[in-house]
Design a protein around this ligand. Sequence first.
Ligand code: MG
Length: 368
Amino acid sequence: MIKAISLYAIRLPLYQPFVVSYHTYHDMPSIIVKMESDDGYVGFGEAVADEHVTGETWESTYYLLKNTLAPLLIGQNPGEFELIHERMNKTVYGAPAAKAAMDIACHDLVAKKLGVPVYQLIGGRYHDRFPITHVLSIGEPAAMAEEAVQKVSEGYLSFKMKVGKQVGHDIERIRAVRSAVGNDIAIRVDVNQGWVNSSNALRALPYLEELQIDWLEQPVMADDLDGMAELKRKARLPLMVDEGLKGIKEMREVIQKQAADKINIKLMKCGGILPAVKLANQAEMAGMECQVGSMVESSIGSAAGFHVAFSKKIITSVELTGPLKFAKDVGNLHYDVPYIQLNEKSGLGIDIIEDALTELTVHRDVIQ
Ligand code: MG
């Protein structure tokens, strides 16, 4: 039975600003959930809200957790994942990041109680390891190329390039990185909706095919699944939907409209581990490959994403590099750059660094 839930509003310091088409982040606001059961077990969860994607903010998520979801879950069995989601969904529509925090904490707590890794609860480990992709923030072409060369020398074999300012300039960015790293390095391009519509994106397609990119992610506005479908019919490279896919409802539309070859699952968009597993199953049945990404989360949210990714055959890539970007983290998720393997410790398999959690906390509440 869930006895107490502590909430920590924290700000995670970044080594350098993270720049995507719609925002520049100087640090990452996050909320850590510590869930305690009456039999002495503790689970941790995390919510990183992205107002551009789900309409949730750091502040709204904190207050929803404090005033609504935490009181709702006190006294519940943390192992009844399906029932807990039903209760949360009946009480609040949407708000997936807040629900993800509770879902992750429940999985961590129950897996620790059972003495197994979280992946053991959701199918067991399938993948031995995943390559880690380095994300290049939007910058000048020469600067992005220079950073890419540096990262290749550190062992990285793949990049995700953030673009989405203007098609011509973006092609210059991709061309600069491609000529700097050669053809053996994988390049994925994430536009984060920045080309707005299918007409702009269509102008880019021939260049992207020539530059041999692996796939093109979210070139058009999130809600424009028809635009994605049009591009998919005309493109000779795989298309990935990210912001356009939150949960099961959008997944159904993506499948019906044949709007993507690949989907980017994020626990913060769909509501946590249980809904992410459902999305992966739904995608597998529709023949679409999956990636697990993140909102740039600490070791807690990132580890939760990895447990989903490692347990599913249809999940073929990951982008969960938050902990590599933070100057200080609340957990110790371990990367063997350019790969990651998961350990066999119980729960999420990470230790919480209590001193760092205290230091990064700007507001705290306990609900019991
Ligand atoms: Mg994306």
